[in-house]
Design a protein around this ligand. Structure first.
Ligand SMILES: *Cc1c(COP(=O)(O)O)cnc(C)c1O
Length: 459
């Protein structure tokens, strides 16, 4: 197979969903009506939707069969036990608590362990993780290695934690104020960059030094494991499930979105070894999600995740997944479009600050670029920059570390020709970059503004 370059999608298509073609004039109008916020668009007006890889994947025939098999018993459903087996085969934690998605797991965990005066370190907190930490009054602090903050710097494990910075933070704030250390695998907000097992071991050592638990935000654990297999010395011959179990063995718990590497459209879980924390989390679960054997889910959703977890760790799937994301990124880099490098697992991140150096950070170059991609080609991406991270709980605003536009690739959804079209559109938009203007916000909520804020172009 290695002799040929074409990416063969390791599946064939059994059921199709039409996408709708629109004109630039139509999209210009839709954009204006949406307040230049792509979250406000009707999805039917989007041609290629790269807003997120969350819950947007195509399920397999096996997963749809699981949907039919789903047992909707309120307590102790066979679907729950199939889900539990699939999770613990990879993540043998003592307690698995199903939730309707990842943020529900975060909300429950941080309600139990965070609060005013507490500090939660991570390599880079994802937006919902940060918001859930801060909602309790605690502080969310990012300790990614310096290379992880430089879009153009090549590093095989750019998602790694800066363990020196982590150690200094714990000493400075006092270990009693740090209830948990988090590591996000792969590092979504940092460009979908992987974390090495050597780094996880080093983080574990810091945690042990202070007697702190280590939790993984494991949303893209299979992609992270694939990068370890490809890039970390000594892992080339290890199976992906084995590598996942080694990551699990270094941690005390995890939060997970089933909408990512469980290949499902909804779902998530929280898992941990600590009995006392688990009991408090289950009590909250019953209050907000449901009984502990279904969480916020139907039995059929648990089946979809159980089947997805078996498929996501297969070599053929992961090779295709990582290779097809790199295909998009490499074509753009070759065309001179600035991207976060190396290309991450689930998405290509355009460097809007480098592409639009004449647009200041607080004129939101990422938002301007994302709007242009939709206008010109019907492609929907997502700003990951000062719109998403610039707003603070006290009402102040500062520029984010990077101004990116994320093009997230839904799993098993688009073919190579869809991606060739995306490449063409981006090359065109990049050729027009000098004429592009920034944006101003005309309306925004007090938190998570990227979902609902309204913008207008600056004259
Ligand atoms: C998606 C995601 C979450 C939140 O999960 P949801 O299912 O969307 O609530 C948390 N952390 C990371 C790294 C994610 O990618």
């Amino acid at each position: 197979m290695d002799r040929f370059r074409t990416i063969i999608e390791p599946f064939r298509i059994k059921s199709v969903e039409p996408v709708r073609m629109t004109t630039v004039a139509e999209r210009d109008e839709k954009l204006r009506a949406a307040g230049y916020n792509l979250f406000n668009l009707h999805a039917a007006d989007v041609l290629i939707d790269l807003l997120t890889d969350s819950g947007t994947g195509a399920m397999s025939a096996e997963q749809w069969a699981g949907i039919q098999r789903g047992d909707e018993s309120y307590a102790g459903s066979p679907s729950w036990f199939r889900f539990l087996d699939a999770v613990t085969e990879l993540w043998p934690f003592a307690h698995v608590i199903p939730t309707h998605q990842g943020r529900a797991a975060e909300k429950i965990l941080f309600s139990v362990i965070a609060g005013p005066g507490k500090v939660i370190p991570s390599n880079t907190h994802f937006d919902t993780t940060r918001a859930n930490v801060e909602f309790t009054g605690a502080e969310a602090i990012d300790c990614v290695i310096p290379e992880g903050r430089e879009p153009a710097t090549i590093h095989p494990f750019k998602g790694n934690m800066d363990t020196g910075a982590l150690d200094a933070l714990i000493r400075e704030r006092g270990r009693e104020h740090v209830p948990v250390v988090f590591v996000t695998i792969t590092n979504n907000s940092g460009g979908g960059q992987p974390v090495s097992l050597a780094n996880l071991r080093a983080v574990r050592e810091v945690c042990d030094r202070y007697g702190l638990p280590l939790f993984l935000d494991a949303c893209r654990f299979a992609e992270n494991a694939w990068f370890i297999k490809q890039r970390e010395e000594g892992y080339a011959d290890r199976s992906v499930p084995d590598i996942v179990r080694e990551m699990a063995g270094l941690a005390d718990g995890m939060t997970m979105s089933g909408k990512k590497d469980a290949l499902a459209n909804i779902g998530g879980w929280l898992a941990m070894n600590d009995d006392a924390w688990a009991e408090q989390c289950r009590n909250l679960l019953i209050l907000t999600e449901g009984f502990p054997t279904y969480g916020g889910l139907a039995g059929r959703d648990l089946e979809a995740m159980a089947a997805g977890l078996r498929e996501v760790v297969q070599d053929d799937y992961l090779r295709y997944r990582i290779r097809s994301t790199a295909y998009l990124g490499e074509a753009l880099i070759e065309a001179g479009v600035p991207c976060v490098q190396p290309i991450g697992g689930h998405a290509v991140y355009l460097d809007a600050a480098a592409l639009l150096p004449h647009v200041p950070a607080l004129a939101y170059p990422g938002q301007a670029l994302a709007a242009a991609l939709y206008r010109e080609g019907g492609i929907r991406g997502c700003e990951i920059g000062s719109v998403m991270f610039g707003q603070h709980p006290d009402g102040t605003e500062t520029p984010a570390q990077m101004e990116l536009v994320r093009l997230a690739i839904p799993r098993r959804v688009y073919t190579q020709s869809h991606i060739d079209y995306v490449i063409e559109v981006i090359r065109w938009v990049a050729s027009q970059a000098r004429e592009m203007r920034g944006m101003r916000i005309v309306e925004q909520p007090s938190a998570l503004r990227h979902f609902t804020a309204r913008f207008e172009p600056i004259e």
